[in-house]
Design a protein around this ligand. Structure first.
Ligand SMILES: Cc1cc2nc3c(=O)[nH]c(=O)nc-3n(C[C@H](O)[C@H](O)[C@H](O)COP(=O)(O)OP(=O)(O)OC[C@H]3O[C@@H](n4cnc5c(N)ncnc54)[C@H](O)[C@@H]3O)c2cc1C
Length: 320
């Protein structure tokens, strides 16, 4: 089995090597489409930066995120998927074949699945980055269970922070919501719901200066600063959840397809990318890049499967 050279036209290129891209690769490779997967700047996607995943079906004792991803990669490669450490730098999605720019190389392909994910917004403190997966998380649905019985903090002042805080009260004994300004951006109804919860405490005009516990590899507290008084103090918590939103990795496609106001791909029938409401032939999407609602490994994998099956149908309808 040989792979097409850069002059040849491929059947399928998949952008992204998270759960969505790799699941699409497994299905497409088993259909003999020899997909090329461009792994992007974060090979393995979001799960590669997490620790224990306890809600992916088939792993009764949980599985480490990087191990789950490694297994998906092996599974895709076993059937002939080609994985390449490369990042898409430009594209012409309306030409046929579709043209994808990777550095100086132009790749021609009949179809593309965009599975470039969404990156959580972080505070970008070194201590925070060091403790991701060890008490720092951007996903309440994923990691809330680990916070059972603990005092925790949620960072943010918008609807997603309120939603996370309310959800986390099911597990945590106390939730402190920390907002950098005096004004909360959340809608009045969400703000009221959070404010009236007895286990949620609010700290406004407060920034996180350091997450404590780097040496112990376990969050021990937050060093905070009141931006009005300048006072510094330590809040002893065992978990910090970020609730300051996500950035969909679709900036490269701005103007080429329909994106919503936050930059997520607007998908028709769940998998088709559109431009001005019309389906873009041969251009499909999967995973968090088009899913602002669920953002889970299993939903991303499921939509990767759907996109690959739609690619097969499309190619068959076009005489492949
Ligand atoms: C800390 C953390 C813990 C989590 N824990 C869980 C959990 O326990 N259970 C669960 O179900 N979910 C969990 N999630 C959510 C889960 O990881 C995501 O829902 C899932 O990874 C989404 O998969 P995806 O393939 O759509 O995108 P991603 O995993 O985000 O992957 C996107 C891929 O696209 C690539 N890419 C981006 N731009 C380009 C480009 N221009 N060209 C080529 N490639 C590109 C990236 O390199 C990456 O490989 C967690 C997330 C985080 C951040």
């Amino acid at each position: 089995m040989t792979s097409p050279t850069s002059n040849e036209t491929r059947d399928l290129v998949i952008l992204g090597s998270g759960c969505a891209g790799l699941t699409a690769a497994i299905y497409a490779a088993r259909s003999n489409l020899k997909p090329l997967v461009l792994e992007g700047h974060e090979p393995g996607g979001q799960l590669s930066i997490t620790t224990l995943v306890e809600n992916f079906p088939g792993w009764p004792d949980g599985v480490q995120g990087p191990e789950l991803i490694e297994n998906m990669k092996k599974q895709a490669q076993r059937f002939g998927a080609e994985l390449r450490m490369a990042h898409l730098s430009g594209a012409d999605l309306t030409s046929h074949p579709i043209q994808l720019q990777v550095g100086a190389e132009t790749i021609h392909t009949r179809t593309v699945i965009i599975a470039s994910g969404a990156s959580a917004r972080w505070l970008n403190l070194p201590s925070e980055q060091a403790l991701i997966g060890h008490g720092v998380s951007s996903c309440a649905t994923c990691d809330g269970f680990f916070a059972s019985g603990k005092e925790i903090a949620v960072i943010g002042g918008g609807d997603s922070a309120m939603e996370e805080a309310l959800f986390l009260t099911r597990f945590a004994s106390k939730v402190t919501l920390i907002n950098r300004t005096a004004k909360f951006r959340a809608s009045p109804i969400m703000l009221e719901r959070a404010k009236s919860h007895p286990n949620i405490k609010f700290l406004h005009s407060t920034i996180v200066e350091e997450v404590l516990g780097v040496e112990e590899k376990d969050v021990k507290g937050l060093r905070l600063k009141n931006t009005v008084s300048g006072d510094q103090f330590v809040l002893p918590v065992s978990f910090m959840f970020l609730g300051i939103g996500h950035i969909p990795n679709a900036q490269a496609f701005k103007g080429m397809m329909d994106l919503d106001e936050d930059g997520y791909i607007v998908a028709k029938d769940d998998v088709h990318c559109t431009l001005n409401g019309e389906i873009l032939p041969g251009v499909f999407c999967a995973g968090d890049i088009k899913d602002r609602k669920y953002r889970q490994a299993i939903t991303a994998a499921g939509s990767g499967c759907m996109a690959a099956l739609e690619v097969e149908r499309y190619l068959e309808a076009h005489g492949r």
